[in-house]
Design a protein around this ligand. Structure first.
Ligand code: HEC
Length: 209
């Protein structure tokens, strides 16, 4: 009888330990914190290149981020993922449940110079880039299969900036120190500048009338 009791008691102990372990694992999972401030961002070229853009993971889970970025049929990016095409615009995958409507992506508009990074705007559905375009609205068509990542052919309206221009912007990120310009980059940056100033002139006229 005594042995039976001891066996039952030990079984109970093991059960309790298991339950508390499982509960601990579950609770610690939901307590993952994705801390993002201006120190989270630096030279874009120090991130990991994927095709024409760059990725990182603030939780150190770069392999999972790369796996999502390279999944041929699309995938949900893991928590902590950072995605950048140009030095001034970033998407960061926040904690699960933070913002279901944006797939937990937080959008950032940055100001960058030799001294580093400043966060001009951050948020979920209401962040606009410097041209007045809403990040979330533009990226929404790519939601279903591609977790809001537009690239080309994922359903987003194409932007008037080609990969020669985004490449030139990456190679001239002022936070990297020396630029690493390739042939044709100076022309691409010049064209981009013209487009931006024409866009700004148009906006100025629109504001005027
Ligand atoms: C006018 C629509 C539009 C707006 C506004 C816009 N994007 Fe994009 N974004 C795109 C398209 C299209 C691409 C893919 C471009 C390519 O690779 O050819 C892209 C690419 C990106 C990428 C690289 C990964 C990807 O989706 O291909 C990031 C990161 C990004 N945008 C972040 C932002 C952030 C942050 C904002 C707001 C501050 C923003 N975007 C505003 C349309 C837009």
């Amino acid at each position: 009888m005594k042995t039976v009791l001891v066996v039952v008691q030990s079984a109970l102990m093991i059960c309790m330990t298991l339950i508390s372990c499982v509960t601990y694992a579950a609770s610690s999972k939901s307590e993952v914190v994705v801390k993002v401030d201006e120190t989270s961002f630096s030279c874009i070229r120090q991130m990991t290149p994927v095709r024409h853009f760059y990725v990182d993971n603030v939780l150190g889970n770069i392999d999972a981020t790369l796996a999502a970025a390279n999944a041929p049929d699309g995938a949900i990016y893991p928590t902590g993922s950072v995605v950048q095409l140009v030095p001034t615009e970033v998407m960061v995958k926040r904690e699960p449940g933070t913002s279901p409507v944006t797939g937990d992506w937080e959008f950032f508009e940055l100001e960058v110079d030799e001294a580093g990074t400043k966060i001009a705007k951050r948020g979920f559905i209401d962040v606009n880039n410097r041209f007045g375009g809403n990040c979330f609205a533009c990226h929404l068509p790519a939601k279903e299969k591609w977790d809001f990542i537009c690239e080309s052919g994922h359903g987003c309206e194409p932007i008037p900036i080609d990969h020669k221009m985004t490449g030139a912007l990456q190679r001239s990120d002022p936070r990297c120190g020396e630029t690493a310009l390739e042939s044709g980059d100076t022309m691409a940056l010049f064209k981009l500048k013209m487009m931006v100033s024409l866009g700004a002139t148009k906006k100025w006229f629109e504001d005027l009338f």
